[in-house]
Design a protein. Structure first.
Length: 201
C-alpha cells in the first residue's frame, strides 16, 4: 500500500509554505502586497505550487523561501523536513541521510545526529571526501605522499603550500622529521603508512 503523503507548515513560514514527508516543498495560495513599476502599492494573487529545488555541489537540495519582507533566503530541504516534522535541530547535531543519498529527503531517511556519526555514515556509503577528492585539496594523493617525505621548506617551495599546512599533513600521519639526519620517520603513535593518507592539502 502506498504511503500517505503528509504536509505540515514550515516553522517561521506558517501560511506561506508547507513541506511533505516525501521532501517536497510547496508555496501556498495567497495574496502578496507589492509595488507596481510606477511605485504604487498593489496586490498579486499567487496560486499554490510545488517549489522548484536546486542542488548544491554535494547534491543537497535547497529551495528559496520568502516572508515577503525582502530577498528570498535559500533553505536546505533536509533541514526543513526535520525541523517541521521532528523539531528544531538539537545543539551539536546535524542532519544525516540514512542511505547516503544527499537528495533523498524522505522523512524516514533523515535524522538529527552527531557530526561524528554523520561522517561514519559517509564513510560507510563511500561519500567521505578525503585526499585529492576533497574540494579544498591543492595536491593529488601522489603529490601529498611526496610532500610529506620532504623537509617543510622544500615542500612549501615545490608545491606552494604553507609550512604550517605541511606540519598538519605530517601530524595527521604521525610523521616527525629528524632534522639532524634530514629524514622523515613514521611515529610510533599512529603507525600509519603514507598510502593511507587521510589529509587535505
Amino acid at each position: 500500500m502506498d504511503r500517505e503523503k503528509v504536509w505540515v507548515p514550515v516553522p517561521g513560514y506558517e501560511g506561506k509554505y508547507e513541506v511533505s514527508n516525501d521532501g517536497e516543498v510547496k508555496s501556498l495560495a495567497r495574496f502578496i502586497d507589492k509595488k507596481s513599476r510606477s511605485g504604487n502599492p498593489c496586490r498579486h494573487f499567487y496560486g499554490e505550487k510545488i517549489m522548484k529545488q536546486s542542488a548544491d555541489k554535494d547534491g543537497h537540495l535547497k529551495v528559496a523561501l520568502s516572508n515577503g519582507d525582502g530577498k528570498p533566503v535559500g533553505r536546505f530541504v533536509h533541514s526543513l523536513v526535520l525541523t517541521s516534522f521532528i523539531g528544531p535541530r538539537p545543539e551539536g547535531m546535524e542532519c544525516c541521510h540514512g542511505n547516503g543519498v544527499a537528495s533523498d529527503n524522505r522523512l524516514e531517511n533523515l535524522r538529527w545526529d552527531t557530526h561524528a556519526n554523520n561522517n561514519a555514515d559517509r564513510k560507510a556509503h563511500g561519500n567521505y571526501a578525503t585526499g585529492e577528492r576533497h574540494h579544498m585539496s591543492k595536491l593529488t594523493d601522489a603529490q601529498r605522499e611526496e610532500a610529506v617525505r620532504m623537509l617543510p621548506y622544500e615542500a612549501a617551495k615545490k608545491f606552494g603550500i604553507s609550512i604550517e599546512r605541511h606540519y598538519q599533513m605530517r601530524r595527521a600521519l604521525g610523521i616527525r622529521v629528524d632534522f639532524r639526519r634530514g629524514e622523515n620517520r613514521v611515529g610510533h603513535k599512529t603507525g600509519k603508512g603514507l598510502s593511507n593518507a587521510n589529509v587535505q592539502a
